[in-house]
Design a protein around this ligand. Structure first.
Ligand SMILES: Nc1nc2c(c(=O)[nH]1)N[C@H]1C(S)=C(S)[C@@H](COP(=O)(O)OP(=O)(O)OC[C@H]3O[C@@H](n4cnc5c(=O)[nH]c(N)nc54)[C@H](O)[C@@H]3O)O[C@H]1N2
Ligand SMILES: Nc1nc2c(c(=O)[nH]1)N[C@H]1C(S)=C(S)[C@@H](COP(=O)(O)OP(=O)(O)OC[C@H]3O[C@@H](n4cnc5c(=O)[nH]c(N)nc54)[C@H](O)[C@@H]3O)O[C@H]1N2
Ligand SMILES: [Mo]
Length: 576
């Protein structure tokens, strides 16, 4: 979202791969076979990836693990965690050096092309190859094939955006698409025209999103869109002084398992004066709440997906009616919040605008009424009643070019060299020198680089209390390459101890060539053995929490996003 704000002038203008029509998908740090596609909404991603290859298209995966997606790809290449920006700079270097850039093919002028050319000239494929693990010939070959394809799209998700150089990598991915003429073009990176047109509305009301309008109190991390990086939540709770967080209202979020250094956050939560959770479980986080306000669950209420339809590979809309009547007296999330607001109004704790709105409208502002209004404001003549006639959803057609309409930069161009990114390259240069020194010193005292993974039958931290979803072999296991296991004298299936700066956990080991030497992989969202929860099934399949090892100090410094991937760890037999 921040990259989009800088490049296109609005955080809501998010590029989506035109998956069904592309001739070449280059995927970095994404595993749609397990995640079903992130910022690439579509039913049945596996079928669509198969179709891409069946029509002669090419799928290339860049990932430190040979993932389920890599298994169905034409090619997979291992990359050292956190070094995608270097690979992408080498890729751009080739595009410029071999005159493969076609800015004229873009629907919108590109600004900063010459700056980018100068920046990329420093990072030849030969220079970055020893650090990324992808050979220079491979990088050059990929860049040529990408540029030669009738259409192509470069796509990156959690592996590239939640790491030390996440913003740089996201920017460079967009730059690759723009410079090869694949931005806003059929088969490339396109922008949705959803029935509820969030980006269009954001543009019309002049809401580009904000960045660094203020900074967090303790660590001085930048605000984004009115939010502060979650890596500093524990600091804000623990550090006394004006502005200290003493009360927390939390909903549909389990940060004890999903935020870096969950153990520290857990201790901080226990010290709050007031904590209220709106949630459906007594879990690792909500157990610290003084009050839990239970809501209805997904199948008990209407639903329209504002966000995911806006990121679809086709334009589509669907209104989901609730399937089951909720138990009498149970409130929906929105009703709980409206009542909390009404109480705050009574206490005089909210401003005039809110007070008047709540008094006048109350529960008349239902989600249904809001979605109906948003649909009427959108590009199709639709209403909720209309959508209800098509319970399986309405297909509104393929994506169409629309960047000319959506761009909101002052220049009207795509800003390919935003000063924030250009100056952040200085940090990459310094890191590059450290990586070179490390490579020379070889294998740093046996340290390994820890990355995360997702699993088809799991959804972050909260699908583990369903027997059907957790049965079978344990899935919270550490993947390690045979060479690393041998060096440590570790056996397949044994329990190992994984240690980082922030903590230590024990998990079973799975030795596999599907992970790069020097890298280990563990899923997040597990660790249901904490006291005080009431999760019967989950606690019998507890696993351990990856976020007891991730580090709240490890961030993408330019924006404060957590670096969840590429954590330095040591692995040994428990007693050692
Ligand atoms: N079944 C299921 N589906 C889900 C979810 C779930 O938990 N379960 N979660 C949903 C959510 S909230 C999201 S945000 C999406 C995420 O969707 P994806 O991003 O597609 O899913 P991940 O499995 O996190 O994929 C990240 C990949 O990055 C790789 N990786 C790690 N570090 C690096 C690196 O430094 N460089 C590169 N190139 N790769 C790296 C990992 O090995 C992994 O394969 O999935 C959504 N869908
Ligand atoms: N190491 C590592 N950490 C990660 C990630 C990673 O890749 N690696 N991924 C990150 C990402 S992309 C994400 S999105 C986060 C996700 O992490 P969180 O934002 O913490 O989300 P979940 O773990 O899905 O927890 C969802 C919560 O919502 C509750 N819930 C379910 N349905 C309802 C409902 O209808 N109403 C209410 N009120 N509550 C409900 C559940 O009980 C649960 O407490 O994790 C992040 N953490
Ligand atoms: Mo996510």
């Amino acid at each position: 979202m921040l990259a989009s704000r800088l490049l296109y002038g609005n955080q809501a203008v998010l590029p989506v791969p035109d998956l069904d029509r592309t001739d070449f998908l280059l995927a970095l740090g994404a595993n749609p076979m397990a995640s079903n596609g992130s910022v690439m909404t579509a039913p049945d991603l596996p079928k669509r990836l198969k179709a891409l290859r069946a029509r002669g298209g090419r799928l290339v995966v860049i990932d430190p693990r040979r993932t389920e997606t890599a298994e169905v790809a034409d090619e997979h290449h291992f990359i050292r965690p956190g070094r995608d920006a270097l690979f992408l700079l080498g890729f751009l270097h080739t595009l410029f050096a071999e005159a493969l850039v076609r800015p004229e093919r873009c629907t919108v002028p590109l600004a900063g092309v010459e700056t980018l050319r100068a920046l990329a000239s420093e990072f030849s494929p030969a220079r970055v190859a020893p650090l990324t693990g992808i050979s220079a010939e491979r990088t050059v070959g990929l860049a040529r094939a990408f540029a030669a394809a009738p259409s192509a799209v470069c796509y990156g998700r959690l592996g590239v955006c939640t790491q030390e150089f996440g913003l740089l990598s996201t920017w460079l991915i967009d730059a690759v698409n723009a410079l090869t003429g694949n931005l806003d073009r059929v088969g490339g990176a396109m922008f949705g025209s959803p029935a509820v047109d969030l980006a269009g509305i954001a543009k019309r009301v002049g809401q580009p999103g904000s960045f660094d309008a203020y900074r967090s109190r303790v660590r001085g991390l930048p605000e984004f869109n009115g939010e502060l990086p979650v890596v500093t939540l524990a600091d804000e709770i623990e550090t006394a002084g004006p502005g200290q967080v003493r009360a927390l209202l939390i909903t549909a979020h389990n940060p004890v398992l999903s935020v870096p250094n969950g153990r520290r956050l857990e201790r901080a939560l226990a010290g709050l004066e007031l904590m209220v959770a709106v949630d459906i479980y007594v879990n690792e986080t909500t157990r610290h709440a003084h009050y839990i306000l239970p809501s209805t669950t997904t199948l008990e209420h209407d639903h329209y997906d504002l966000a995911l339809h806006a990121l679809g590979v086709r334009n589509a809309a669907r209104w989901n009616g609730g399937l089951f009547e909720p138990p009498a007296g149970l409130l929906h999330d929105w009703q709980i919040f409206l009542r909390l607001i009404a109480e705050l109004v009574k206490e005089g704790a909210l401003g005039q605008v809110w007070s008047r709105a709540v008094t006048a409208l109350g529960e008349k502002v239902t989600p249904r009424a809001i979605v109906d209004l948003l649909l009427r404001l959108g590009p199709y003549p639709l209403t909720v009643a209309e959508l209800e006639k098509s319970p399986h959803g309405l297909d509104l057609g393929p994506l169409v070019p629309r960047l000319r309409e959506l761009r909101s930069t002052r220049s009207g161009a795509v800003e390919l060299a935003p000063p924030l990114m250009v100056s952040d390259l200085g940090r990459l240069r310094r890191r590059l020198a450290e990586w070179q020194a490390e490579a020379a010193a070889a294998q740093q005292g046996g340290a390994l680089s820890l990355i995360g993974r997702r699993d088809l039958r799991s959804n972050n931290s909260w699908m583990h209390n369903s027997q059907r979803l957790v049965k079978g072999p344990a899935r919270c296991v550490l993947y390690m390459h045979p060479s690393d296991a041998q060096r440590r004298g570790l056996e397949n299936g044994e329990r190992v101890c994984v240690r980082s700066r922030t903590g230590a956990i024990e998990v079973p080991l799975e030795i596999t060539e599907a992970v790069m030497p020097g890298v280990v992989s563990l899923p997040h969202g597990w660790g249901h053995d904490r006291p005080g929860t009431r999760l019967g099934v989950a606690s019998r399949h507890a696993g351990a929490s990856l976020n007891d090892l991730t580090d709240e100090q490890a961030i993408d410094e330019v924006c404060g996003t957590a670096a969840l991937n590429g954590i330095t760890v040591h692995v040994s037999s428990p007693g050692e």
